[in-house]
Design a protein around this ligand. Structure first.
Ligand code: GTP
Ligand code: MG
Length: 342
């Protein structure tokens, strides 16, 4: 359980020299990664559903457009995960809630199943199940920032394959250890992917796309999103760094267990650096945002992806980072022990 003695952890940290040769574990981590990747067939089904729903919805709203976002579009999705869709619609007469209710009616008439309109959620959505493909999905309205950050993540994933491998394994660890539950004060999958990108930026395996000359611009509300998106020109970027997946995994957990300064630091993939909590005025609790672990959203820079973490869950998270770092350092069978269910 979540009861690693911190004294024991600190002691182990000093005797680092006796660790195993970590690289020998890469093949077993890579086979876990392969087992989680969705099949071509599944991706084809997702696109089939996108097309069917787009047809149905544009019959009613010709100027609307349906986008895939989240894990099924950012390339960090596991096999069998739910599909996130966003309906973009310009309609000044209807409120978001009215659009959600109307959308639920349209879907009902289109023979989709298990339709639920969640109008009072923080992000209002319609849930549904498609009997033809067996897929479940959530549709939100006009959440274009999520569509843009989905593309940013997908673009980063194309630069170096190690990002996708690392993030899959970290997400799998987080789900196995139950620290991927935002309603319980732990971090979202989106936050874990950002943490992986940050680590690879510091190790010069990934560039900082938002600091490069912009080739892609979108303004969503008041946020100007701009970055270099011609990533096919960057596919050699990290080649000088030969670190293997298991050593990067070790580096990830070691960073969050022992190196990150939780009192002062904010990680920022927007700048490719660590920036200070002080500079962002994230040094104290404001409303419900406690800023106990600070992860800057790349576009919505006032948004701390760690805001959900409270004084109880920060302890659980940090103990889990330490547990993982120690397993990678000392366990003879880390690719099994790391994912032992909590
Ligand atoms: P899994 O469903 O766990 O496989 O991952 P996911 O990539 O779908 O992640 P998640 O459910 O955490 O987020 C879905 C999408 O919502 C992300 O890809 C982002 O585009 C968007 N998003 C934007 N801001 C936030 C945020 O603060 N929290 C979360 N959870 N998602 C955000
Ligand atoms: Mg999701």
């Amino acid at each position: 359980g979540h009861h690693v003695s911190s004294q024991r952890v600190r002691f182990q940290r000093r005797i680092r020299a006796c660790r195993y040769d970590i690289d020998q574990f890469s093949p077993s981590f890579l086979s876990i990664f392969e087992s989680l990747v969705p099949s071509e067939e599944e991706i084809a089904k997702q696109n089939q559903l996108l097309i069917a729903l787009s047809r149905l919805i544009t019959m009613e709203w010709p100027n609307s457009k349906l986008y895939l976002y989240g894990s099924c579009a950012n390339s960090f999705g596991f096999s069998n995960s739910d599909i996130d869709l966003c309906l973009s619609i310009d309609n000044n007469e209807m409120s978001k809630v009215d659009i959600i209710l109307k959308l639920a009616d349209i879907l009902q008439a289109g023979n989709l199943q298990n339709i639920q309109a969640l109008t009072r959620a923080r992000v209002p959505i319609v849930k549904l199940m498609d009997p033809d493909t067996g897929l479940s999905c959530d549709i939100c309205v006009n959440n274009l920032l999520a569509v843009v950050n989905t593309k940013l993540l997908r673009d980063y994933a194309q630069i170096d394959r190690r990002l996708r491998q690392l993030a899959f394994i970290v997400k799998h660890w987080a789900k196995s250890r139950r620290v991927n539950e935002t309603y319980q004060g732990t971090l979202s999958s989106y936050a874990y992917v950002i943490m992986c990108i940050h680590l690879l930026q510091l190790r010069r395996i990934l560039p900082c796309l938002q600091e490069m000359e912009a080739t892609c611009y979108v303004t969503v509300d008041d946020n100007h999103c701009a970055y270099f998106d011609q990533v096919d020109k960057l596919n050699n970027y990290g080649a000088h760094n030969k670190e293997t997946i298991s050593s990067l995994l070790w580096a990830f957990f070691h960073y969050w267990a022992y190196q990150h300064d939780y009192t002062k630091d904010v990680i920022s993939i927007r700048t490719g650096r660590i920036i200070s909590k002080h500079m962002k005025d994230w040094t104290r609790r404001v409303g419900n945002d406690r800023h106990l672990i600070c992860i800057e959203d790349p576009f919505e820079t006032s948004h701390d992806l760690g805001r959900v973490v409270d004084k109880f869950s920060i302890k659980i998270l940090r103990e889990e980072f330490e547990r993982a770092a120690n397993i990678l350092q000392y366990d003879p069978n880390p690719s099994v022990t790391l994912f032992e269910p909590y």
